[in-house]
Design a protein. Structure first.
Length: 682
């Protein structure tokens, strides 16, 4: 297949997502791997100059093309998975993993970087060089002989295992469906029922009436929060919490991740020992802000201690309401979301379903764009690009008429698309060493909101709105950077426990009246969100915040302890039980298998790093407090504060340590006080 016929080999502009097919994957990746290996051989030759720009012009250009094509394939596998694409991806995954492993451990390349004259580099290049040297060490470049070979083998096997974990989690979620009858669905909102009815009809169930509920979150939560039938809630709850485990229902056990988890933990521990560290938790923190696993554990336990009184009160309120108002004297795990929703409705006289019609997706997007344009002095416009699904939209961001960045928006849940929400980079801002031209950044913004029903625009819950703002914050970090060095531009090179700062920072604006009134319009009448309803939402903002904080601490502490210690944890469920006993006020049933779909730590980049969410919340709350301090009498934000934040945090990217960027904006180190105040736990 010629390069002109293979869209994965076309680097003239944006990826040709509408043309990429499974049969393109192997020939393209094989070609690009060969080119990257050739570039690697050239720069590691003795006579090749040890100069940053020369290495970048030869090797970085080749590896960027490989990364771009492989990233496009991986993205399609996340948002439009098919058996054929998965097979094509898995066929070349070992070769790709092997290349990156041996590149990171290449002694000759490591020597070339060590020989560079750092004094000749720009500050951004110096930071990138420092990161590169650290990366070589963590990638085994200083290992020799059998240790080097074993390290490489571990990386190859880890790539296979994490991919299989992710596939099992997706397949287990997609495989389950329950067809409910009319007598089971009382209480479920009309839009959710219509979606379930249409899903059942689309399956062609021999013409039988019914409502198809799945474990995709929009469908699952509509049952858990609103279904009056405890039996229906129990059925879906048990299916959800046992996904991809040995206790899953029926044939669901074929997606069991138990042994995969054990092998991943064993290999991570072995890798850390090979690199000379006590455990994987210590390795994980080397490139992060936190200095040691113990510092993280202490931080989490301190947060748990502060939140516990509030969480205990949350639980007492739920128990009392369930018994007195709903007749649920002995609540079971599947009852808590239902009780919580009813308590919220009773206490604050509104429900998510009452709010939802005011958040049609187009109106929310317009409001999001307005606050971003106002705060950061940019303009967002529709743009054109090849896409993978008709519902995907493409936009450009400009400042002063100049292109700053672009992004794809893929908001809806559908079959073959993995759950959750995420931002990923398509390409990074880079003053290209091969052409001398500035390459502008492009991002993916992916969510899993309910699809449109009955010809109306999709309606978002307020939680969905928060999710959208969160991912857009990541996107702004990637797209508004002014750093020209690829490896520290945008989110590249930012410490993992600081990378959530801009995303969590954006969530705060979802609670501001001046923002909300411009981004809401009832789907039927166009009327903005009533002030009285907003006041109820604001009063409910910290509803169960104590319990929610402890839930996040539970995940974070479990993750850190799981990767700590002199031996890998084989009985990972027993450890989870111990952490729950220490932290949780609400215990989960013994059959619950949370780790088996904990993709953040077993198939994502958050292993021994899940604490980053809470760590970065401290940073983001304190950063937002600067905006609170400078708001005017009409509730409008200071353009100067927005400009300082953009320049100190967003534009700086990874070109300097995150603490330096934070102090450049705030004038001091972060304090936990703003976080506790924002969450009603001051």
């Amino acid at each position: 297949m010629t390069s002109s016929a293979n869209p994965l080999l076309d680097f003239t502009d944006l990826p040709l997502f509408d043309r990429i097919r499974p049969e393109h994957v192997e020939p393209a990746i094989t070609t690009l791997l060969a080119q990257a290996r050739e570039a690697q051989a050239r720069v590691t030759a003795p006579d090749f100059p040890a100069q940053w720009r020369e290495v970048a012009r030869t090797l970085d250009v080749a590896t960027e093309q490989l990364g771009s094509a492989w990233g496009a394939v991986g993205h399609l596998k996340s948002v439009a998975d098919t058996p054929e694409l998965r097979a094509a991806y898995n066929a070349v995954l070992p070769q790709v993993s092997e290349f990156w492993t041996q590149l990171g451990a290449d002694e000759a390349l490591y020597a070339k970087y060590k020989a560079m004259d750092v004094a000749t580099l720009t500050p951004a290049q110096q930071q990138a060089h420092k990161n590169a040297i650290r990366g070589f060490v963590l990638s085994g470049a200083e290992l020799q002989g059998a240790a080097r070979e074993r390290y490489a083998a571990i990386q190859d096997r880890m790539a296979e295992l994490t991919q299989k974990f992710s596939e099992n989690a997706l397949d287990a979620t997609d495989a389950y469906a329950y067809l409910a009858g009319d007598d089971e669905v009382a209480g479920i909102p009309a839009d959710a029922l219509q979606a379930a009815r249409e899903a059942a009809q689309a399956d062609g169930k021999d013409g039988k009436a019914g409502y198809k509920f799945t474990l995709k979150l929009p469908s699952y939560l509509s049952v858990m929060q609103y279904a009056q039938s405890s039996a229906l809630r129990e059925k879906l709850y048990k299916a959800y919490v046992t996904r991809a485990s040995e206790v899953a229902e029926g044939e669901g056990t074929k997606f069991d991740n138990t042994e995969i988890i054990r092998e991943i933990l064993a290999l991570r521990h072995e890798e850390s020992v090979l690199l000379g560290y006590a455990d994987f938790a210590t390795v994980s923190l080397v490139p992060k802000m936190a200095e040691s696993p113990q510092q993280v554990v202490d931080f989490l336990r301190d947060l748990a201690r502060r939140a516990r009184p509030y969480a205990e009160q949350d639980l007492a309120d739920l128990r009392a309401f369930g018994a007195e108002q709903l007749g649920i004297g002995d609540p079971q795990p599947w009852d808590w979301p239902y009780i919580g929703e009813k308590l919220k409705e009773a206490r604050y006289s509104f429900s998510d379903q009452e709010v939802k019609p005011y958040f049609p997706e187009p109106k929310v997007l317009a409001g999001l764009f307005k606050i971003v344009e106002t705060l950061f002095e940019v303009a967002i416009r529709r743009d054109e690009a090849p896409v993978w699904h008709p519902t995907v939209e493409f936009y450009r961001i400009e400042r002063g008429g100049q292109l700053v960045g672009q992004f794809y928006l893929d908001p809806g849940a559908r079959k073959g698309k993995r759950g959750g929400a995420w931002m990923d980079d398509v390409r990074t801002r880079w003053l290209r060493p091969d052409t001398g031209r500035l390459q502008t950044p492009v991002a993916h913004l992916v969510c899993n909101f309910s699809e449109s029903v009955g010809g109306k625009p999709p309606l978002l819950t307020h939680d969905d709105v928060i999710t959208l703002f969160h991912e857009f914050g990541h996107g702004l970090h990637h797209m508004l950077t002014q750093v020209d060095e690829r490896d520290v531009s945008g989110i590249s090179g930012v410490e993992w426990d600081a990378v959530e700062l801009p995303s969590q920072f954006m969530e705060n604006f979802c609670w501001e009246w001046e923002v909300l009134r411009h981004m809401t319009g009832h789907v039927e009448t166009g009327e903005p969100l009533p002030r009285a309803l907003y006041d109820k939402m604001l009063a409910a903002k910290n509803f169960q915040s104590g319990m929610q904080t402890l839930r996040q601490v539970e995940f974070s502490l479990y993750d850190m302890l799981l990767h700590s210690g002199r031996e890998p944890r084989r009985d990972f469920m027993a450890l989870l039980g111990q952490v729950r006993q220490e932290v949780a006020v609400l215990q989960s049933p013994a059959y619950s298998r949370t780790p088996h779909t904990f993709s953040h730590i077993f198939a994502g980049g958050y292993a021994a790093g899940y604490y980053s969410y809470k760590w970065a919340e401290v940073l983001s709350a304190d950063a937002y407090a600067a905006f609170e301090e400078t708001v005017d009498a009409d509730g409008a934000h200071s353009p100067e504060t927005g400009r300082r934040y953009r320049q100190a945090i967003l534009e700086a990217g990874g070109s300097r340590p995150a603490m330096e960027s934070f102090k450049a904006f705030r004038g001091r180190e972060p304090s936990i006080d703003a976080l506790l105040r924002h969450q009603g736990m001051a």
